[in-house]
Design a protein around this ligand. Sequence first.
Ligand SMILES: C[S@@+](CC[C@H](N)C(=O)[O-])C[C@H]1O[C@@H](n2cnc3c(N)ncnc32)[C@H](O)[C@@H]1O
Length: 399
Amino acid sequence: MSNYVELFRHLDALLVKNRQFWQFMPFVERGFVWHQNLPFCQWLTALDDNQLQVLSYDIKALTTALMPWIDDAEALTQLVSKIQPLTRTDRSVPQGFDSGIPGRKWQQIIAFNEVLPPLGLPWLEWCAGKGYLGRVLAASHQQPVTSLEWQSQLCIDGEKAAKQLGLAINFIHADAFSRESDNAITTRQHAVALHACGDLHVSLLQRVAANKGAAVSISPCCYHLIRQSHYQPMSTIAKTSTLVLSKHDLRLPLQETVTAGNRVKQLRFVEVSFRLGFDLLQREVSQTETYLSVPNVQKALLNQGFEAFCVWAAARRGVQLPENIDFDKWQRQGEKRFAIIERMELVRQLFRRPLEIWLALDRVCFLEEQGYEVVLGTFCDKPITPRNLLIHAERRNIS
Ligand SMILES: C[S@@+](CC[C@H](N)C(=O)[O-])C[C@H]1O[C@@H](n2cnc3c(N)ncnc32)[C@H](O)[C@@H]1O
């Protein structure tokens, strides 16, 4: 059994055992899902905004704070720490190559390039966008690059930039899921995908394996962008797991706490608490326990107050509001529910990275089963991109 299979088993066991803490939809709950554990709910309720903010940014502090309530908190964080930064090799890129590339994207590309071993193979860049990564690979490895991308304008822009830089990049304008794209995947090739979403990178891995491609390196993202309603495990070990992951669950790895200013935070508080208050009101009116979502709202409507919001939302969702509603009461309840949801989301944060690594390990174990030597690590620091996991696989015994 490989170390990755073992790590997967440990993580899987802890994620399954602690499902109650993360596998639910905070938004649809009326109150704490752990209401039977009153001291835990009281402790969460007592956290002030400042503590909430500190804990949501600092996983070590969050782990320590949750240890009295979640037995496996420390074990989870320790398992996650087994995924280490990959070794970077300095690779110079000619001046001017970063022109037109957003700063953080450039840093990601440089880092991605610096952790890839030079295998002397032609490159295939999957879901390439304008082929930013392809340019850097072409320049630092002196190997031809094929960049496959679905949006024609990105292909046109990418081709133009490559020509100006005098680089050997061939763009293929195609849908990555199409049969035609299969032709782009060959045996003597190093396929790469920087932030290809969900099924797009899954299908790359499956097709590279099927075509016995020599090497593949991906940084996965957007695990929830899948064509099926639920996650389809790839590896034998993940297929034995009892975890069934919905698209909502698959969004958890992407739910980073974002740094927001006070104005943005206040706007979010108003909008979300209005929605939650309206939902409670409609449950009462319609005698239901089903959450009712409301479409996007013009921010100007929020300035007109909770009552105006409810009248608008009721009209949009066909809810008949009776006379004499105590709107203040429902608004206060929405605000109370907002605070509860924030605290439940805080607890779910402890499981964010473990679930992301579980998903990455499923891909790793699949590739190992398919005859690849695989490494999983981080290719850059989190501030450059939180989606910083990289899976690198080389086919064993390439002759
Ligand atoms: C998140 S972007 C990543 C782009 C690039 N790899 C990067 O990191 O800058 C995903 C890219 O996948 C492309 N894409 C989406 N669906 C696709 C499909 N079915 N076939 C090929 N490319 C697709 C999008 O147009 C977009 O350029």
